[in-house]
Design a protein around this ligand. Structure first.
Ligand code: IPM
Ligand code: MG
Length: 364
């Protein structure tokens, strides 16, 4: 097959990990006879430096034209002054909104070889296999009004948590469809005891649940969910929640896996690709990690696993996706570790070496 992939390496370790993702895609292309055409475009802080805009129109257009987008990370201390007029993160939010990517899929799976890498006990985390489906284009991130005001009380600021039933309904449907392919269990997370938006969320979620009688359904309040994620994480299958709750819970859940350096994500909407898959944006869930940028020690596996999601979801290449995941498994099972995964005194490998090992394993 021939597919167009737009690369947005972004900031910090972004370019380093995206390079390894591309390496793996090229190897898949060679091994399975596919032609992947790459277009690279600036987004985030680097785009601010080059153009003053964290998401230049040309970068957005390159994403619109692609079958899938692979993003590294955006942001860093250079651009994080809260008074700055433009911020790298605005580019990412605009990208999600403009591409209609309302469903953010964040799987958390424990690799047997890494069950000791978590700060939680092995027996608590070893059976964890869950997916957070985070609403990505609504809620507090986008609601209006948003911004600063100066009023009689002095400085004030407002953010708005706004959801329509259509936004909730489509997110819940994606979640239920996903649960059907898995262990058929959904946990909808809200704060219905306090927030009006959460009470609407729960109402709509129940209506959608009635369309999926084969899927077990539960509601949990977000504060309780944060506790259960640590106490009994293996009980969760699909967790569906609004934008901000999903942002927070997915970072928490990432710690079950020991390192954020292992976790991929996909952001999907309604648009289809030429191969009939879902157009999507794929990115590791970790950030730009400015403290280790340029050192060649970032773990590229989250990006490589994002590439597996890209192959499966946007290009309908599930055999190829399985091959990438099996290669990552093999590299870890053989004991290779990037610094974020290594135990005390354990030898470590750099970003490119980990990528090379995955490519090697793909040949076997
Ligand atoms: C994430 C990140 C982003 C978010 C930031 C960088 C805007 O934390 O993808 O989880 O809050 O959505
Ligand atoms: Mg986040």
């Amino acid at each position: 097959m021939h597919a167009k992939i737009t690369l947005l390496p972004g900031d910090g370790i972004g370019p380093e990990v995206v390079a390894e993702g591309v390496k793996v895609l090229r190897a898949i292309g060679t091994n399975f006879g596919h032609a992947f055409e790459f277009t690279e475009a600036p987004a985030g802080g680097i785009a601010i430096d080059q153009t003053g805009n964290p998401l230049p129109d040309e970068s957005l257009a390159a994403c619109h034209q692609a079958d899938a987008v692979l993003l590294g990370a955006v942001g860093g201390p250079k651009w994080s002054d809260p008074k700055a007029p433009v911020r790298p993160e605005q580019g990412l939010l605009k990208l999600r909104k403009e591409l209609g990517l309302f469903a953010n899929i964040r799987p958390v799976k424990i690799y047997p070889a890494l069950a000791n890498a978590s700060t939680l006990k092995r027996e608590v985390v070893e059976k964890v296999d869950l997916v957070i489906v985070r609403e990505l284009t609504g809620g507090l991130y986008f609601g209006q009004p948003q911004g600063r005001q100066n009023n009689a009380q002095g400085r004030a600021a407002v953010d708005t948590l706004y959801y329509t039933e259509a936004e909730i309904g489509r997110l819940m449907r994606v979640s239920f469809e996903l649960a059907r392919q898995r262990r058929k269990k959904i946990t909808s997370v809200d704060k219905a005891n306090v927030l009006a938006s959460s009470r609407l969320w729960r109402e709509v979620a129940h209506e959608v649940a009635a369309e999926f009688p084969d899927v077990e359904y539960e509601d949990i309040l977000v504060d309780a969910c944060s506790m259960y994620l640590i106490r009994r994480p293996a009980d969760f299958d699909v967790i569906a929640t609004e934008n901000m709750f999903g942002d927070i819970l997915s970072d928490e859940a990432s710690m079950l896996a020991g390192s954020m350096g292992m976790l991929p994500s996909a952001s999907l909407g309604e648009k289809k690709t030429s191969s009939g898959g879902a157009f999507g944006l794929y990115e590791p869930i970790h950030g730009s990690a400015p403290d280790i940028a340029g050192k060649g020690i970032a773990n590229p596996l989250a990006t490589i696993l994002s590439v597996a999601m890209l192959l499966r979801t946007s290009l309908n290449l599930s055999r190829e996706a399985d091959a990438v995941e099996a290669a990552v498994d093999a590299v870890l099972a053989a004991g290779h570790r990037s610094p974020d995964l290594a135990g005390p005194g354990q030898p470590t490998l750099g970003t490119q070496e980990m990528g090379d090992l995955v490519v090697e394993a793909l040949k076997r």
